[in-house]
Design a protein around this ligand. Sequence first.
Ligand SMILES: *Cc1c(COP(=O)(O)O)cnc(C)c1O
Length: 423
Amino acid sequence: MSDSKNLMRRLVEADSEVAQLIDAEGRRQHDKIRLIASENYVSQAVMEATGTLLTNKYSEGYAGKRYYEGQQLIDEVEELAISRAKSLFGVDHANVQPYSGSPANLAVYLAFAQPGDTVMGMSLPMGGHLTHGWSVSATGKWFNAVHYGVRKDTGRVDFDEVAELARQHRPKLIFCGGTAIPRTVDFAAFAKIAQEVDAILVADIAHIAGLVAGGAHPSPVGHAEVVTTTTHKTLRGPRGAMLMSTEERAKALDKAVFPGLQGGPHNHTTAAIAVALREAATPDFADYATRIVANAKALAAALTERGFDLVSGGTDNHLILADLTSKDIGGKPAAKALDRAGVELNFNTVPFDPRKPFDPSGLRIGTAAVTTRGMTEADMPKIAAWMDDAISAAHDGQEDKLDDIAGQIRDFCAAYPIPGWTE
Ligand SMILES: *Cc1c(COP(=O)(O)O)cnc(C)c1O
């Protein structure tokens, strides 16, 4: 019996069907090189906190003002998570209850805007998030969303466009940050524009929160009145989210989360967020954040050397966006071939993509998870070579080559254990 099954021996007894699926997923996560930019491997401690009996407790409300009895210890857990978030990010206020990043962002709309109001964010195909007002999202259906993008020549945010749109449309909220931005977000430049048009600047740092916490990306604090983040991407906590803000914005945000949008918070998740925030305050975590960026730069350089065309020419953070037009293959067939070859990532639109969103031109690549596993800059040329070989094989229809690469990658990954699963 593998170690992961050992850790869940009651589950194996009670429901071997589910246990086997979890164990097989553990093997899959172990045997592949995970380059999905939004994913990571949480520590055993974070995983254990999520698996506790805190899941049994209802605690609608906030510490000291709950609607159910028996909150003596739940209050302490939530206060601990809040105080760690405040000290880690240097904010006046933190709310750790949002179920995930999307509801956290929705709470910001509920707190500061009315349906029909104008809001502004980066467009989805340029690197923004659905919840920044994209048309298929509730945020795009219920609000009048205006979108900015990046410059065609630089692949970077066009601040002339942001300023012009802001002056013309006077949005209530301006979102900065996104899901496919390979460059540093200039929070000060956004803040200047938001101030001029009297908008609330919302920095969505879901992707880069771990880099911010570890000092590898500038902080939005002091520029954005509201900061939203998931807790499970570079921050390496459980699936969840946090809202952070100035004192002035605190009350409206808290009311929007509860009772505005949610019922009882997920207390087992709150405990795991507290654990992750403690981890994120250590020198080891700062070192991890620095290594994420070093790995991304090394991988970007190795891919460029192999003829990959990178949006903006490289990266400042954990993320690389590759345009495969020069490789004569679509993003989707490339991503599928890479998955078969043992490299897990996602197809993605690139700015000004001429192809359809479900088979766009690009690949999104992130280095947080491989960094957590201990892979270093020296490993990145090897990974780039496997990627290049797999994409060439897919282009030439040589499927058996993909399986060959998958075998090599499985052997390589054996030297990098992951928390929660062993052979
Ligand atoms: C991931 C992400 C979200 C949404 O998080 P979910 O937990 O998937 O709902 C929101 N904003 C940005 C920028 C993200 O990257």
